[in-house]
Design a protein around this ligand. Structure first.
Ligand SMILES: *[C@@H]1O[C@H](CO)[C@@H](O)[C@H](O)[C@H]1NC(C)=O
Length: 186
């Protein structure tokens, strides 16, 4: 039978071996049952793939600041737009925000190089709350860094934002400043 051969080839191609008991009631007609069982198999395959993705992907990103940023009177999020690594796609270079796609323990680090003669007060946020503070002194291109461990739930956000207001501060770009994070363990 042609359709049976097609289904066998199809399963061989996607490399999935599944045994699904036919749950459909055959009294309602053979064609209907075949269709329902196939639909059920497809749904199971797809939901298994979702779980596998959660287990296999270990989010990791590293992004640098390409352009220098002036931070006068604002507490804006620092957007490190020069993405070098973004496994799992959790880091969004248009907003500067990392979103956890799985629960777990994560490590984050950030290097901030203040533009010459300018202080830079900044902080790492977990969602909308301060998690840890960073500060670069106003020496000649003084750099500072923060390195943290954070427990995250799926959907939690982590980002770097400016902390001080009322002062002119500036962060040096040209790949001198960077933001990185990666999943460590469940
Ligand atoms: C963090 O924010 C996300 C999305 O806005 C939300 O789903 C989550 O529950 C928040 N987590 C905490 C601990 O408030």
């Amino acid at each position: 039978m042609a359709w049976l051969r097609f289904i066998c080839v199809w399963f061989a191609l996607i490399g999935v071996s599944v045994r699904v008991a036919a749950t459909c009631d055959a009294r309602r007609g053979k064609t209907t049952c075949v269709t329902e069982d196939l639909l059920e198999m497809l749904m199971r395959i797809n939901s298994n793939r979702g779980r596998d993705w959660d287990k296999q992907i270990r989010p990791a990103f590293f992004s640098t600041l390409s352009k220098s940023v002036a931070l006068s009177n604002s507490n804006k999020v620092l957007i490190f737009e020069g993405v070098k690594v973004n496994r799992g796609g959790g880091y969004d270079p248009s907003t500067g925000i990392f979103t956890a796609k799985r629960d777990g323990l994560y490590h984050f680090s950030c290097v901030i190089l203040g533009d010459s003669g300018k202080d830079v007060g900044y902080q790492l946020n977990k969602n909308d709350s301060l998690y840890v503070k960073g500060y670069s002194n106003n020496g000649h291109h003084d750099a500072s860094s923060i390195s943290v461990l954070v427990e995250l739930k799926k959907g939690d956000r982590v980002y770097i934002k400016h902390r001080h207001s009322g002062q002119t501060e500036a962060v040096l770009g040209s790949d001198h400043s960077s933001f990185a994070g990666y999943f460590l363990q469940d």
